[in-house]
Design a protein. Structure first.
Length: 324
């Protein structure tokens, strides 16, 4: 017996509905005439499409190259961490791009189990945030209950420029309003048993030039600036750092004020500095100077990044230790 098949009703289509008229397609002749190759509109459209395609390809390949370089750069610049950092260490965490990548790598090593029981001592709010994001336990460099500093086994930090041979460095050239001053950063670096600076090859040289940031008491900053100006007369200019943008030597209407309440003077050397150590000693004798951006520690090491890779140098007589 045949099964009953339900009768299906389909809606009326345009073929059976006389009220729906079939639209005539546009003729190919009319289209060809309106967009002939001789037409300025056709040439403009072709030009636009061609250049859009070229621009897309340029952006795409540039992105891929930069992505590949960033990948290689990130890995190449953290291999040195395995040389210095061991499980159970207290680590001073520096500030800057290279330090940020090292902090991220330390976090990965902790999660992978390659490192254990690390404690990080940040040099700034930025490095503290990066360490927390990477999962690195943080500690305080000062033990308030015992009134002493915590023992730091190893510390690393980005520097703005470094003197070849002595490895005396300058930090704090790019500090902005609202950021910490160099005081905490220098303290962490000074109490570390081992210290490594990180710098690009073009910033590792003798005869350094440029600015040295100097923290001064805000109340009598002008008298301090005049004394520093007399000290380096003919070799440097002294400008008070503004809080935003650019201003004149006096720092404009809104000079930068650190979280400790100090002004920052940029002592800008226009000729090569014969000795950073002598500059630091001279600045420390000026009334009103709280601190400066010159960091000197012996012994210490520096990781110098170049196109060919990384090299590790130190400030002992046989200064080239090796490469990474």
């Amino acid at each position: 017996m045949a099964s009953a098949i339900p009768h299906l009703h389909f809606p009326v289509t345009w073929k059976s509905n006389p009220r729906i008229r079939k639209r005539k397609p546009a003729t190919a002749t009319a289209t060809a005439c309106s967009l002939s190759e001789a037409s300025p509109l056709f040439r403009a459209a072709k030009h636009t499409v061609l250049h859009s395609t070229i621009n897309f390809l340029l952006v795409f390949f540039t992105y891929m190259i930069l992505l590949n370089c960033k990948f290689l750069y990130n890995w190449e610049n953290v291999l040195w961490v395995d040389t210095f950092v061991k499980s159970g260490m207290v680590i001073g965490l520096g500030s800057g791009q290279a330090s940020g990548m090292a902090i991220e790598y330390l976090g990965r090593q902790l999660r992978a189990g390659a490192l254990k029981d690390l404690v990080g001592i940040p040099t700034s709010v930025v490095s503290a945030s990066e360490a927390a994001k990477a999962g690195i336990p943080l500690g305080e460099y000062e033990n308030s209950s015992q009134g002493c500093f915590l023992q730091i086994d190893f510390a690393f930090d980005d520097v703005d420029i470094i003197e070849e041979g002595t490895l005396i460095s300058v930090i704090g050239r790019r500090r902005l309003q609202g950021e910490e001053s160099i005081i905490q950063e220098k303290l962490v670096l000074s109490i570390a048993d081992q210290l490594v600076f990180m710098v690009k090859e073009d910033l590792y040289k003798c005869g350094l030039e440029g600015s040295i940031p100097v923290l001064v008491e805000s109340l009598n900053w002008l008298e301090t600036a005049e004394e520093i100006d007399d000290l380096f007369l003919g070799d440097a200019e002294v400008w008070r750092r503004p809080s935003v943008g650019h201003a004149g030597p006096l720092g404009g209407d809104f000079p930068l004020v650190t979280t400790e309440g100090h002004n920052v003077l940029d002592v800008i050397f226009t000729s090569p500095i014969a000795s950073l150590a002598e500059v630091a000693n001279s600045l420390e004798k000026v009334d009103g100077v709280v601190d400066h951006g010159v960091v000197s520690k012996f012994p210490c090491k520096a990781i110098v990044a170049s196109e060919s890779g990384l090299s590790i140098v130190d400030n002992v007589p046989t200064n080239t230790v090796g490469g990474v």
